[in-house]
Design a binder for this molecule. Structure first.
Ligand code: XBP
Ligand code: MG
Length: 257
């Protein structure tokens, strides 16, 4: 069994509930700015989340919900323009009013850094969105806490394809059996498994609670704080309802032995 050496984090839904209160709101603001009457409700957005990537998601919306919508000009350009506007709104939202990290995220990142674990990010979202969230919700210098930030269009095939995890591990020059991944969705779980990482912790949220997480080592409702312990939904029990470095080492051993 290889020792645990690196933690690789998904962002959306894992570090913070960015989908409902960040991305969805930013999309709607961009649509309104463009004079479009598209309104992505919390419910509709749950369906749209089956497709990862904001540009890909808008195309899926058009195909499924507005098949008769006539784009004036090139579809890819139209979608890219809307997406750029959405990113600006998202960045503003992260700065003001901001979005809290999920319970236990900041605590665990600090503990992992102190313990000398290597940290990385593997996400579908645009790099500027990651920067905005880390800076405003974690720490001014939080981007520097991560050895690699693999994000957005850096690989053409987004999750559930394994490419973003493979890219991150290649940059880190690390083997999958030394990594533990954090995800919140079935698309993320497929991506992790496809990349050969067997050690996987899932934190569910309202959009992903009913997904199939049979491929995960542990499923919890969040990472836990001393005053707000987490509950294990699947996998071995946790001491005191906390995901800490010792727990991660035990999870890794359980997954890889
Ligand atoms: C996240 C996503 C992202 C965001 C939008 O998936 O699907 O597309 O919703 O980001 P995961 P962009 O958490 O599995 O990485 O609009 O910047 O694409
Ligand atoms: Mg996610």
């Amino acid at each position: 069994m290889a020792d645990l050496e690196a933690l690789i984090f998904d962002v959306d839904g894992t570090l913070a509930d960015t989908e409902r209160d960040g991305h969805r709101v930013a999309f709607n603001r961009a649509f309104a700015d463009a004079g479009l009457d598209w309104d992505w409700t919390v419910e509709v957005y749950g369906d749209l989340l089956t497709v990862t990537g904001g540009k890909e998601r808008m195309k899926y919306f058009l195909e499924k919900y507005r098949p008769d919508f006539a784009v004036d000009g090139d579809l890819d350009e139209f979608v890219a323009g809307l997406h750029a506007a959405k990113t600006e709104h998202y960045k503003k939202l992260m700065a003001d009013p901001g979005l809290p990290l999920r319970p236990g995220v900041a605590r665990l990142l600090r503990e992992a850094r102190e313990a000398g674990l290597r940290l990385a990010i593997a996400t579908t979202t645009t790099p500027a969105n990651v920067t905005a969230l880390l800076k405003h919700s974690l720490a001014e210098d939080a981007e520097d806490w991560f050895e690699v930030i693999a994000a957005g269009d850096i690989v053409p095939a987004k999750k559930p394809a394994p490419d973003i995890y493979l890219w991150a591990m290649e940059q880190m020059n690390i083997a999958p059996d030394r990594c533990l991944a954090f995800e919140d969705s079935d698309n993320g779980v497929k991506s992790v498994a496809g990349a050969g990482i067997r050690s996987l912790l899932v934190t569910v949220n309202d959009y992903t609670r009913d997904h199939d997480f049979s491929g995960a080592t542990v499923v919890v409702d969040h990472l836990g704080e001393p005053e707000n312990p987490c509950s294990v939904i699947q996998g071995p029990p946790l001491v005191q309802g906390l995901v800490d470095v010792d727990a991660l080492k035990a999870i890794h051993e359980h997954a890889t032995s």
